[in-house]
Design a protein around this ligand. Structure first.
Ligand SMILES: Cc1c2[nH]c(c1CCC(=O)O)Cc1[nH]c(c(CCC(=O)O)c1C)Cc1[nH]c(c(CCC(=O)O)c1C)Cc1[nH]c(c(C)c1CCC(=O)O)C2
Length: 353
C-alpha cells in the first residue's frame, strides 16, 4: 500500500479532514469554512480589485490558486476549497455568464420555448480551473485536505432557468411542474457536465468534493425526491464508478426534515447541515456513523464572543459520537471580522493534542 491513507504506523500522518470523511472520530474536529476564500479577507479584495472582475480572477489560474491559499496561510484550516464558482458548469454548457458589479451572477435565461440544443457545450472552459487545482496542489501543506466542488443540478438549474438568483426559485419550480420533460433534459445535461467537471478536478488533484445544493430548501417533498435526491444520486454513482476512493460531501441547504432521506437516497459519504438544523436532532435522525459537517450560524460568527462559544459547545456535544467536520451552516459573510475567525479556530482547537 502507498499514499497517506496506507495506515502504516510509521507512514505519513493521515490528513485530519480526509480521515474524518472516511469515518475517523478524533476528539477535536477538523475545520474549514464555506466561502473561506472571499471578500471578508483584505488580501482577497486587493487581488480582486487588481484583476478587475470575478470571472477574470477565476480564469487567472495563478491568481485563483493564490486566493485558494490565502485563508490557509492566515488561519491554518484543515481544508482548502478550490477558488472557482458553481456557475462555471452552465458556462461550460454554453450559457453566457457574467457578474453584475455589486449584484451577482447573470446568465442568458433558458426560457420555456428555448431548445436546450441551442447551447453549445465547450468543456475547454474547465481547463483553467484544472490548472488552478494543479497549482494549489503543488503548494499545499500535506496535512491539508484539498476539496473540489460543484453545484447540485437543482441549484444550477434555478440559475440557468431564471438567469439570476431569485428569492423563491419560482421560474425553475414552474418549469419543473409545467414541462417536466424539458426540465428533466436540463437536469440530465447538468449531471453529465458536472461529472466531467468533478472528474477533471479529481484527476488534477482534489481529494474530496462537495455538492452545493443551496436551494434544496425550496422544493415540495415529491419534487425534492425527483430534482434533489435522484440527480445527486446519479452524480454520486457516476463519480464512484470512476473514482471510488474520493469522498463526496452533500450539502442540501434548507432540507430540514428531509435530511435523512437525502443522506440515504443519494449515497453521499458525508452530509453538510445548515444552521437552522438542531444538531442534536440531526445526530438522532441521520444514519449512524455518517460524517456530518457544520453548522455554526454565520451571523453568530459576526457577533463573536460568548454567543459563538455556546453555539460551538452545543454543536460539538451533539456530534461528539460521530465523525464531525466543524464548519459554518452556510458561507462566511463579507462583514465577518477576521479576529472572530481566529477566536473561533482557537476555541474549537483549544484542547487539540
Ligand atoms: C449559489 C452559489 C454561487 N456560488 C457558490 C454557490 C453555492 C454556495 C452558496 O450557497 O453560497 C459557491 C462558491 N462561490 C465561491 C466559492 C469559492 C470557494 C470558497 O468557498 O471559498 C464557492 C464554493 C466564490 C465566490 N463566488 C462569488 C464570490 C464574490 C465575488 C466577488 O468578489 O464580488 C465569491 C468569492 C460570486 C457569486 N457566486 C454565486 C453568487 C450568488 C454570487 C454573488 C453573491 C456573493 O458574492 O455571494 C453563485
Amino acid at each position: 500500500m502507498t499514499g497517506p491513507d496506507a495506515g502504516l504506523s510509521n507512514g505519513p500522518t493521515p490528513k485530519p479532514l480526509l480521515s474524518v470523511l472516511k469515518g475517523a472520530c478524533p476528539a477535536v474536529p477538523p475545520m474549514w469554512l464555506m466561502r473561506q476564500a472571499g471578500r471578508y479577507l483584505p488580501e482577497y479584495r486587493a487581488l480582486r480589485a487588481e484583476k478587475g472582475g470575478f470571472l477574470e480572477l477565476v480564469y487567472d489560474s495563478a491568481a485563483a490558486a493564490e486566493v485558494t491559499l490565502q485563508p490557509l496561510r492566515r488561519f491554518g484550516f484543515d481544508g482548502a476549497i478550490l477558488f472557482s464558482d458553481i456557475l462555471i458548469v452552465p458556462y461550460a454548457m454554453g450559457q453566457h455568464l457574467w457578474f453584475e458589479a455589486g449584484e451577482g451572477p447573470r446568465l442568458a435565461p433558458i426560457l420555456a420555448e428555448t431548445d436546450l440544443s441551442a447551447l453549445k457545450p465547450d468543456f475547454s472552459r474547465y481547463e483553467a480551473i484544472y490548472e488552478t487545482v494543479r497549482q494549489v496542489k503543488a503548494a499545499l501543506d500535506p496535512q491539508v485536505t484539498f476539496l473540489g466542488f460543484a453545484g447540485s443540478p437543482w441549484t444550477i438549474a434555478t440559475y440557468m432557468v431564471a438567469g439570476q438568483g431569485s428569492k423563491d426559485q419560482g421560474a425553475a419550480r414552474r418549469l419543473a411542474y409545467q414541462n417536466p420533460e424539458k426540465f428533466d433534459a436540463i437536469i440530465n445535461a447538468i449531471i453529465d457536465a458536472t461529472v466531467v467537471y468533478l472528474s477533471g478536478q479529481i484527476e488534477a488533484g482534489v481529494e474530496a468534493v462537495q455538492l452545493f445544493d443551496s436551494w434544496a430548501g425550496s422544493l415540495a417533498p415529491l419534487e425534492f425526491e425527483r430534482w434533489v435526491i435522484q440527480p445527486n444520486r446519479r452524480i454520486v454513482d457516476k463519480l464512484k464508478a470512476i473514482h471510488p476512493e474520493i469522498p463526496v460531501i452533500g450539502f442540501p441547504k434548507g432540507a430540514g426534515a428531509k435530511l435523512a432521506d437525502y443522506a440515504t437516497g443519494t449515497g453521499v459519504d458525508a452530509i453538510g447541515v445548515d444552521e437552522t438544523v438542531d444538531p442534536h436532532w440531526a445526530d438522532r435522525a441521520l444514519p449512524k456513523g455518517l460524517p456530518v459537517q457544520g453548522n455554526l450560524d454565520p451571523l453568530a460568527l459576526i457577533a463573536g464572543g460568548r454567543a459563538v462559544e455556546e453555539a460551538v459547545d452545543n454543536i460539538r456535544s451533539a456530534f461528539a459520537r460521530r465523525p464531525h467536520i466543524f464548519n459554518l451552516g452556510h458561507g462566511i459573510l463579507p462583514d465577518t471580522p477576521i479576529d472572530h475567525v481566529e477566536a473561533l479556530l482557537s476555541y474549537v482547537r483549544r484542547d487539540r493534542p
